[in-house]
Design a protein around this ligand. Sequence first.
Ligand code: TXA
Ligand code: MG
Length: 342
Amino acid sequence: MKTLVLDANQIDVAAEILQNGGVVGIPTETVYGLAADALNGAAVAKIFEAKGRPMDNPLIVHIADFADIKRFGLAKEIPASAEKLAKAFWPGPLTMIMKRTDVVPREVSAGLDTVAIRFPSHPVAQAIIKAANTPLAAPSANLSGSPSPTTARHVLNDMDGRIDAVLDGGASEVGVESTVITLATETPRVLRPGGVTVEELREVLGEVEVDDAVLHRLAEGAVAASPGMKYKHYAPKANVLLLKGSDDAFIDYINAHAADDVCALCCDEDLLLLRTKTVSLGRRGDYLTHARHLFDCLRRMDENPTVHTVYSRLPSTEGVGLAVYNRLIRAAGFEVIDLASL
Ligand code: TXA
Ligand code: MG
């Protein structure tokens, strides 16, 4: 199959493909998604095939208005907490899980009795959902296991020949996937950290739990609240090692381990101090920028076949830092080197 590359003026072409049961890579403010008509099970099944995604991993349904939940009859009931969160954070990088109706095909919900719903803020994402006149199921548009795409070029690198089209809407602003919160539990619980922070959610809802799988490796045999958390994710080809300690200790450790196959995932202030290959996430402490650049940095390191070891700081768990932490700790297989204890 030939993958068409469309620009933002060709929304109508993309909409027609989607209405005919095709699969289109679409821009959102978080990462690019691989979209199909969420109400057409056969179309949704093509997403799993293109990605190589296990069928037991459910998809997020994208809408272009809070009222779409009711209009398309996606949820059994809309919890009061969903209305509060929508007022505060929609459109935007927040996905809410609620009890689903039978309108949601089993390919989308993967056997769960819930559905994940998001109203993205990206104007092109909103335009395509409206033009298709149906909710769009869309996971991140990467091959299963590789870093999420934040540009149309990333999508093509993974999906050329596997999907009908990709719609180019520029680089994604947020850079990491949406925050996923379930409202189907007694206390709302964050299953995946993202652009909307846990601190911000607590300001609106009061008590909010953070699922264990956000920070820790899932125990052997445990059932993941969010099936995606159990898979090895965001895995670059190189071995990623996270270093915990001061800035000076970070620089010293990497310089002591400098080699041709080593690359440092670092910050702008480190560039002149490190005697290795470097890729910078942005200025120290600027977590929003780190999030925006993270997946592009991981992909750039992957494109360099001589890089076998990547050293990075253990990210902060504050604010959007938690989203970066969650992605990198998985890329590192939960291995952290504590520089203070060496
Ligand atoms: O920012 C995003 O959320 C992007 C853009 C395209 O919207 N999408 C995205 O989708 O990251 P995906 O499929 O890569 O990640 C969705 C995560 C997975 O970990 C999945 O297991 C979880 O959300 N999920 C989806 N539906 C769920 C449900 N009903 N219950 C629990 N977890 C669910
Ligand atoms: Mg994904």
